[in-house]
Write a protein that binds this ligand. Structure first.
Ligand SMILES: Nc1ncnc2c1ncn2[C@@H]1O[C@H](COP(=O)(O)OP(=O)(O)OP(=O)(O)O)[C@@H](O)[C@H]1O
Length: 290
């Protein structure tokens, strides 16, 4: 397995509906290095799942560029996208049931997904993958999805996504609707995948997953709004110069507040409420740019 990176440049996606369009992504610029783990977080409807589906080649960009490793997803044909998912990308859709065939056992599900992959000598045996996700005991291997607990089902879905030994794992809400014990089991399995060097991108509302990833990228209104690294949150300047201010700043500086912004020699930027709005933003004079 060679870890795979992702590059988004001005990535736009529009759902074309009868009579109107929904702009789900409005220009995403994002670089994910091979081997990194990233949690895509942010409010409901911000565009996280759409971004993940684009990376998986399940949707095609409306505009902009998207590279997954060597694959140019804005230009790829449906067959090329299918081949990419067979060799390089593992996808875990939201809801374990969507990833599993209900009449096959756990082990058969992994074998089936593996057989769908382009034959490669280095593909790990199914039991090796099931060991990684903690489902290797003979009793569980023989169960069908309906006979598993919710946490086990989710880990079985993860094993299916890993069947082709992908360099990039994409997972949409892998811990949603699980109790704490099951969530911890899934977290441990994702952690094992990450530790093995696979690039991992997870859409999540679960802060615990975010804390375990190298980066959290906040998607807001279809763009990258902020980024967290090592527990520190940063605003991200977009290619058009726009900045999403953190919500706690917006609490004291309402939309419409006038600011003066100036670059200082020590690298800081001053955000100064305009004299026209004398009380807005008190105490928020300096914003460190590091
Ligand atoms: N199939 C679809 N057809 C039309 N609009 C859609 C479709 N899927 C998503 N959208 C819209 O696109 C926007 C982004 O949705 P998306 O599901 O990507 O957001 P999200 O951040 O993943 O939300 P959530 O956290 O609730 O899953 C929303 O306005 C949503 O209503």
């Amino acid at each position: 397995m060679n870890p795979i990176g992702v590059t988004c440049r001005g990535l736009v996606f529009i759902y074309r509906l009868e009579g109107y369009d929904v702009v789900a992504l409005a220009g995403v610029d994002l670089d994910i290095e091979a081997g990194q783990s990233v949690a895509l977080v942010g409010p409901s409807g911000a565009g996280k799942s759409t971004l993940l589906s684009l990376m998986a080649g399940l949707l095609s960009p409306s505009a902009g560029r998207l590279f997954v490793g060597e694959h140019d997803l804005a230009k790829a044909t449906a067959a090329e996208l299918q081949a990419m998912r067979s060799t390089d990308v593992g996808v875990m859709l939201q809801g374990a049931a969507r990833n599993l065939l209900p009449y096959l056992s756990v082990e058969q599900n992994v074998r089936f997904a593996r057989n769908g992959a382009v034959a490669r000598a280095e593909l790990p045996p199914p039991r090796e993958i099931l060991t990684l996700v903690g489902l290797a005991d003979p009793d569980r291997l023989r169960r069908t999805p309906g006979e598993l607990t919710p946490g086990e089902r989710q880990r079985a879905a993860l094993a299916v996504a890993l069947a082709n030994n992908p360099g990039l794992l994409l997972a949409d809400e892998p811990t949603s609707q699980l109790d704490i014990g099951a969530r911890d089991e899934v977290l441990a399995a994702v952690e094992a995948v990450r530790a093995a060097g696979t690039t991992v991108v997870v859409v999540t509302h679960d802060p615990e997953i975010g804390a375990r990833m190298n980066r959290t990228v906040t998607i807001r209104d279809g763009r990258v709004g902020a980024e967290g690294r090592s527990g520190v949150d940063y605003s991200v300047i977009g290619r058009d110069g726009s900045v999403h201010l953190p919500t706690e700043v917006l609490d004291v500086m309402a939309p419409g507040t006038l600011l003066r912004v100036s670059v200082q020699p020590d690298g800081t930027v001053l955000l100064t409420p305009s004299e026209a709005v004398p009380h807005a933003g008190a105490g928020l004079g300096r914003e460190d740019q590091r």
